[in-house]
Design a protein around this ligand. Structure first.
Ligand SMILES: [Cu+2]
Length: 267
């Protein structure tokens, strides 16, 4: 007893496996599928999850599409007067198509939770602490020392007319600085309504919520300037809530921080 031809489309599974291996080994690195590779260790963990989940989804899709195509072609109606063999239920097949998805879902669940734990992990002694506040319509980045006192401040000028420059790295928008290879603690809050603190190159976005403090770490692995923006519509000049982050070597960071501290903008 068995569904006719169930063992035949082994080539579909082989093709899927070979395609996946070709994609992974051929490029020597995971395909991006439109995502950033991640400019922080946390962003890289997120990228790996995204890429492997998409590969797994494509493998399942190729198998499903292949089986549909095979069934449509192999069992097409050839003789209009002949009724095909009628049967219902096949216990082994039903057990297989219940068990395999359960294993896939369990694996995805485990991989997602362990990745989230990595991204949300807080270092015991971060090198830098920045209190980030979202407000209508801009951001402030307040650098704090170990006693919690502000030592430098970068922020959107609150009363400036809207510039609608559209480019997060243009000088009208604030640019905060992070040291390469060191962990920075971000303490995120909102002064008014819900905002979204989003840095695409870091594969990271988190709500800035009034009355709630969200705390997370960034450990940059690439130098450069990375754009950011508010990802939650928050009012008339939501599109003005642009900023950028510049990652520099630790020595250059210290020089920048000393200059900012000495510039007199600190409270
Ligand atoms: Cu906003």
């Amino acid at each position: 007893m068995g569904v006719p031809g169930v063992g035949k489309p082994r080539w579909i599974a082989r093709f899927s496996l070979l395609s996946m291996l070709a994609v992974v080994l051929g490029g020597c690195s995971l395909p991006t599928f439109g995502a950033f590779r991640g400019a922080t260790t946390q962003g890289q963990a997120e990228f790996k999850l995204w890429s492997w989940m998409t590969i797994a989804g494509l493998v399942v899709a190729v198998i499903v599409w292949g089986l549909i195509l095979w069934a449509v072609i192999a069992y097409r109606r050839r003789d209009p007067d002949k009724m095909p063999r009628q049967f219902h239920s096949n216990l082994p097949v039903e057990i297989i198509y219940t068990t395999i998805p359960l294993i896939i879902v369990a694996f995805i669940f485990f991989y997602t939770v362990t990745t989230e734990n990595k991204i949300d992990a807080l270092a015991p002694n971060p090198a830098v602490t920045i209190k980030v506040t979202g407000f209508q319509w801009g951001w402030s980045f307040s650098y704090r020392n170990s006693a919690g006192k502000q030592i430098a401040l970068v922020e959107t000028a609150q009363r400036r007319p809207p510039v609608l420059a559209g480019n997060p790295t243009s000088p009208e928008y604030p640019q905060f600085v992070l040291p390469l290879g060191e962990t920075t603690r971000i303490v995120l809050q909102s002064a008014d309504v819900v905002h979204g603190f989003y840095i695409p190159a870091f594969n990271f976005s988190r709500y800035a919520l009034p009355g709630v403090t969200n705390t997370f770490d960034f450990t940059p692995v690439h130098t450069g300037v990375f754009p950011g923006h508010c990802s939650q519509y928050c009012g008339l000049y939501h599109a003005e809530m642009l900023f950028s982050v510049r990652v520099v070597k630790p020595g250059a960071f210290q020089t920048w921080l000393n200059a900012e501290s000495a510039s007199g903008v600190v409270a």
